[in-house]
Write a protein that binds this ligand. Structure first.
Ligand code: ACO
Length: 318
């Protein structure tokens, strides 16, 4: 039996930082309001000219080093992003060129904040099916490029960054299960309206009904946790680490409560990373692995909710 096992993780944050104090100078807000409502103190910002594929490249190299692999050994490159460098080629193809490897399939996954969870599920299928031995799965975003810094209702959330994992074929699990869902009926609650096909619309910034999204996110994440536990016949106490999408500390706390997990079993990076959409889970995973909290053999649960709406979870034995 083939399983997909995490053989390396890596991440990268651009050096620029936007603090709550900086935002206080730009909009009518306060550090206290932002921290209380979101858990965020600062977020990283890509430099002018620094693109999503640049961030992805740094994270990918670190993941390859951790796995002890050369880029030439990759059988597939998946990049989860909602902020591609350009309309095409895909960010995955641009990353492939920067890694100086040609030939293996490379594609982007667009599921907004759930993109990494989706990409892990897709990579797992290719490894289980025997087509791939090593798959690079990246979540990378430059959300600052699609943020309206006059809209205090959501500009306080978003940050830039990238995280990567290498999933490699193994006899031992690995990715145990992936649970993916979407409901396209709620576009008006969370969207970037402009796009190449809707060329009568010029608004290319994030628009969000924060309070409504918050409620749906909490309920939906409750359900995905139940679904994952039930599918695998495991109890709440079996999970060693929750590695959630870092959308809002209150959403993370609600999921931890649902799992009866204390917050010291949850990898939380939102305070310094902000919400980096598809990058947030692999960023948090890399932080937890590199600081020694997440150890080989431990059971982790990832979960995400995002624009679409999309949502999902991966149960992974490290
Ligand atoms: N500073 C100060 N006051 C503010 C700010 C701000 N930055 N933003 C809004 N307010 C005010 C509002 O005007 C409102 O004032 P009023 O009561 O006088 O009308 C009050 O604060 C409360 O506003 P809400 O929008 O209800 O605030 P809420 O507690 O919901 O927090 C937030 C807003 C942080 C955006 C929250 O709703 C949230 O995190 N939502 C979910 C985000 C999310 O998970 N998105 C999905 C994943 S991301 C993705 O897919 C791309």
């Amino acid at each position: 039996m083939n399983y997909a096992r995490v053989s390396g993780t890596g991440s990268y944050l651009p050096s620029g930082v936007l603090t709550n104090a900086d935002l206080e100078k730009m909009i009518d807000t306060s550090d206290e309001w932002i921290f209380e409502r979101t858990g965020i103190r600062q977020r990283h910002m890509a430099a002018p000219g620094e693109t999503t594929s640049d961030l992805a490249l740094h994270a990918s190299r670190r993941a390859l080093d951790a796995a002890g692999l050369q880029a030439s050994e990759l059988d597939m490159i998946l990049v989860a992003t909602t902020t591609p460098d350009q309309i095409f080629p895909s960010t995955a193809c641009l990353l492939q060129a920067k890694l100086e490897v040609g030939g293996c399939p490379a594609l982007d996954i667009q599921a907004v904040c759930s993109g990494f969870v989706y990409a892990v599920g897709i990579a797992d299928q290719f490894i289980r099916g025997g087509q791939c031995r090593h798959v690079l799965v990246v979540g990378a975003e430059t959300l600052s490029r699609i943020t309206d810094y006059t809209d205090r209702g959501n500009c306080i959330l978003w940050g830039d960054g990238a995280g990567a994992v290498i999933l490699s074929r193994s006899d031992e699990p690995g990715v145990i299960s992936t649970h993916l869902h979407a409901d396209g009926a709620h576009r008006s609650l969370l969207e970037v309206p402009a796009g190449p096909s809707r060329n009568d619309v010029t608004d290319d910034k994030i628009r969000m009904e924060g309070r409504a999204v918050f409620k749906v996110a909490v309920n939906t994440l409750d359900q995905i946790v139940d679904e994952t536990l039930k599918h695998n016949g495991i109890g709440k106490g079996d999970i060693d680490w929750l590695v959630p999408h870092q959308a809002n500390i209150r959403i993370i706390q609600a999921t931890a409560k649902k799992l009866a997990m204390s917050m010291d079993r949850v990898v939380v990076t939102i305070e310094t990373h902000g919400n980096t959409s598809a990058a947030s889970i692999p960023l948090a995973l890399d932080v937890g692995v590199r600081d020694g909290r997440i150890k080989p053999g431990e059971l982790i649960l990832t979960e995400a909710f995002g624009g679409g709406f999309t949502w999902g979870a991966n149960l992974i034995r490290m």
